[in-house]
Design a protein around this ligand. Sequence first.
Ligand code: ZN
Length: 65
Amino acid sequence: MDDATTTMAAPVHLMPPPEPPKPHEGCDMCRALVRERTEAARAGDWSKVADANVEIGRHLAGQQK
Ligand SMILES: [Zn+2]
């Protein structure tokens, strides 16, 4: 009898967050963070991308315009 129950692990997809925070328009700080995020994404450094998103979100929360 073939009793092999193969439990396959679910495939892991490493993706950037679906909705990254939107930077302020014309804000140097946001622009720098977005640029950092873009470069990190290009390098495939998703943890750095997530960090940049957190930074942008925090910055947006800090100064509501
Ligand atoms: Zn800003």
